[in-house]
Design a protein around this ligand. Structure first.
Ligand SMILES: [Ca+2]
Ligand SMILES: [Ca+2]
Ligand SMILES: [Ca+2]
Length: 399
């Protein structure tokens, strides 16, 4: 009880500070009965002083190879003989039949160097999606308070070299369990309650329940659709009181091109729950990257120890304050300098890679939320969605 009162008091203090600071509150409320909430007015626009350059995005350059044509372009490289201007189908069908056809990622198309025709498209374009001639999406929607979403231009913070620069194009997307834009204000320690954004249970298809104590859905395809194939959400969900607060999500569907066997995206997580509530699992905010595919239904972003992206993650290596568990004397993280997370903690840029089946349609939900209560926010940076040729169970690594 004392801890909770302390959290509430600190929140009031921070709220007072922030209302003087920069943002007017305009929460659009989560409404699980009506689906996507009222679109925010312009939460996705950057306000970091940068104006979008007037020049159009560079056109695709035929003949270039994909971003990570890592290994199997052994001989002909003929997968990109076409113009590659399609939205989502790999165009090397014209080579005829399947003889010799190999997975080769399509040439990336970036367009987040300018504002889109439809303002809300900025959130997807910041991640490398929905660009003309690039990777198309369908069913795109979002839920949560309008302030939970923010598109940032350029590097976040003041660390040198820049720690959190966009990994694709000029911008990345921020999802937060509070006011996302406060991540850009040094030392703000974001902790906000977004009234009405507390769904309690996770919206379908998200399901925190593990499918098995020992198997995932690759091990046993019969488990598909019965819960979280990764078995990574349930332990933290139970410890956190099985209630989600300040829930914010982005969801979309995307068609996997011919021959393509994987996708990847980049992410980083930062949280004010550290250090005061580090290792206190009841307040362990979560990020979930949920995928529905022919071979997987569940979270795809977790560490090798089976922890979701949270304060429990092995990836939480930037600690900008001491804690009594693994840094009792001094802890500094210059990587967080100039961000709202000074004095707190975060991960480096990570990459999640997930196997998919060529030509299937997959559904994706990126969700972040508070656990325990709505206080002490957690933010996730998202960027650089791209296709690949990997196989195997979902994996996340430090870049
Ligand atoms: Ca980007
Ligand atoms: Ca919050
Ligand atoms: Ca929290």
């Amino acid at each position: 009880m004392l801890r909770r009162m302390t959290r509430r008091f600190m929140t009031v203090v921070v709220l007072g500070i922030m209302t003087v600071g920069c943002l007017e509150v305009d929460p659009a409320y989560f409404d699980s009965s009506t689906g996507p909430m009222t679109p925010p007015e312009t939460p996705w626009e950057t306000t970091d002083g940068g104006t979008p350059p007037p020049t159009p995005p560079p056109p695709p350059t035929p003949g270039e190879t994909g971003p990570d044509d890592d290994d199997d372009d052994d001989d002909t490289d003929t997968g990109d003989t076409d113009t590659d201007t399609d939205t989502d189908t790999d165009t090397d069908t014209d080579s005829g039949s399947s003889t010799g056809a190999e997975c080769e990622p399509p040439m990336p198309v970036s367009c987040d160097d300018q504002n889109p025709m439809m303002p809300e498209d900025a959130m997807w374009q910041a991640m490398g999606l929905k660009c003309p001639g690039g990777i198309g999406v369908t069913g795109d929607s979002f839920l949560g308070a309008s302030d939970a979403f923010y598109v940032h231009m350029g590097a976040l913070g003041t660390s040198l070299p820049p720690e959190f620069a966009p990994t694709e194009g000029d911008r990345f997307l921020v999802l937060s369990s509070g006011w996302a834009q406060n991540l850009t204000v040094a030392g703000t320690s974001p902790s906000f309650d977004n009234p009405g954004a507390d769904p309690g249970l996770l919206p379908p298809p998200l399901d925190p329940n593990a499918v098995s104590a020992a198997q995932d859905c690759i091990d046993n395809p019969m488990l598909l659709g019965t819960g979280d194939c990764s078995n990574t959400i349930e332990p933290q969900w139970q410890l956190g009181g099985t209630q989600a607060y300040d829930y914010a999500e982005l969801r979309f569907s995307v068609d996997v091109p011919q021959l393509i066997t994987s996708f990847s995206f980049d992410l980083a997580m930062l949280s004010t729950e550290y250090p005061d509530f580090y290792q206190i699992a009841g307040y362990n905010d979560l990020f979930i990257a949920w995928m529905e595919s022919e071979t997987w239904t569940g979270n795809v972003s977790f560490d090798a120890s089976g922890n979701p992206i949270s304060l429990s993650s092995d990836f939480l290596i930037y600690k900008d304050a001491p804690n009594k568990f693994d840094c009792p004397l001094a802890c500094f993280a210059p990587e967080l300098a100039g961000t709202g997370m000074e004095g707190h903690a975060g991960t480096p840029w990570l990459t999640t890679t997930v196997e998919v089946t060529p030509e299937e349609t997959i559904d994706i939900v990126f969700a972040v939320f508070d656990m325990g209560d709505p206080m002490f926010d957690t933010a996730v940076l998202l960027d650089n969605w791209r296709w690949g040729c990997d196989t195997g169970s979902p994996v996340t690594n430090i870049q």
